[in-house]
Design a protein around this ligand. Structure first.
Ligand code: SF4
Length: 361
């Protein structure tokens, strides 16, 4: 048996469900803030295995889903400039802007040079191979992908590359969690914390939860046993009235995280206020390039004025991301909005709550 397979065993999952039931906490809401958790929970039917009094709700953990429509409009406008190549992760291609017909996929069909890359370094390579073109990398994702974007900028700086830039819509998960807790729109009794982000920020990165909000949080891996274990740990904390940040994912997550990755983020980026889809403007929640690296900032380079006004939309991704409704609570779910013809990013992304619900309903 592979080491990883130890965390997939069905009988273990059921045993843990039995333990959770035996603790018998009253009704509790546990929010997961990682799209990979959302998908794993749906794929393995964990909501059905858990006792009825434990409610797992999805939060703003899918980086594609939280990208505001206004930024999609911005990058699509940029894609129409002459001599520009937009390099993007594939997930972003079909995300709609403020209108359904605005997307990078549509821009590409209309003749824009939009290329899918698997890393920021691939985008930099395209720039090095196409000196007569400007290459703009769409920097998206949380603390997990920001170090790679930062490394590409650092290499471009050291090699004095002048046809590469980043349109940064990188986000930080901590400020979004704070914003949800401060808004108090949905009751959150505990957090299933994102293992991937925690690899970078460490247990320390989530200590604010217990310290400032007295809310339990458990960093979890992505296999069914990991997730069930983490839920059990949260339920135990609630049952004994404690609030700590615990680490179920010790095989990868350390107390202080990945210091080298944190350093490269700090070297390249400053935090800034920005819009989140559905959550609105959140202070110091996003990453923009530092002044020293401003020649690699696509927004500055091409004079893009960020719009901070969120336009109303019939898509209820914002409510899904805040845990206010389940995907099925949106009138368009499975009707006008399907993975083949998505209306919102939660149906586009392979980690989106609507896509997960649709695929495994
Ligand atoms: S079902 Fe579609 S329209 Fe409704 S919230 Fe999800 S992505 Fe948005």
């Amino acid at each position: 048996m592979l080491y990883q397979d130890m965390f997939k065993e069905k009988h273990d999952v059921e045993d843990i469900a039995g333990l959770i039931k035996s603790i018998g906490p009253t009704d509790i809401n546990i929010m997961e803030v990682c799209g990979t958790h959302t998908m794993a929970i749906a794929q393995n039917g964990l909501k059905e295995i858990l006792p009825n009094n434990i409610r797992l709700i999805s939060g703003p953990g899918c980086p594609v889903c939280v990208t505001p429509a206004e930024r999609i409009d911005d990058i699509c406008s940029l894609s129409k400039y002459k001599n520009i190549i937009i390099a993007t992760y594939g997930d972003m291609l079909r995300v709609p802007g403020t209108r359904r017909e605005i997307s990078l996929e549509r821009s590409r069909m209309d003749g824009a040079d939009v290329r899918i890359v698997y890393s920021s370094m691939d985008a930099l390579k395209i720039a090095k191979e196409n000196k007569n073109m400007q290459v703009v990398f769409l920097g998206v994702g949380f603390e997990t992908t920001a170090p790679a974007t930062a490394a590409a900028v650092l290499e471009a700086f050291e090699d004095n590359i002048d046809n590469f830039s980043v349109f940064s819509i990188h986000k930080l998960i901590g400020p979004a969690m704070r914003s949800l807790l401060d808004a108090k729109e949905v009751r959150i009794d505990g957090f299933l914390l994102p293992g991937h982000v925690a690899v970078i920020v460490g247990e320390r990165g989530f200590e604010f939860l217990a310290r400032d909000y007295h809310i339990p949080g458990v960093i979890s891996g992505f296999e069914p046993v990991d997730i069930m274990d983490a839920v059990l740990m949260i339920a135990m904390q609630i049952a004994r009235g404690s609030a700590e940040v615990e680490n179920e994912y010790t095989r990868l997550v350390k107390k202080n995280g990945n210091i080298a990755a944190q350093k490269v983020i700090d070297e390249i980026f400053d935090t800034c206020d920005d819009l989140w889809r559905g959550l609105g403007m959140i202070k110091s929640s996003s990453l923009k390039l530092k002044r020293k690296y401003s020649k690699f900032d696509a927004a500055l380079k091409f004079g893009i004025e960020y719009s901070f006004e969120q336009k109303p939309s019939a898509c209820r991704c914002g409510d899904v991301l805040k845990g206010l409704i389940e995907p099925e609570g949106c009138n368009m779910f499975g009707r006008e909005c399907t993975p083949d013809y998505p209306v919102g990013p939660c149906m586009v992304s392979s980690e989106g709550a609507c896509a997960a619900a649709y695929k495994y309903m």
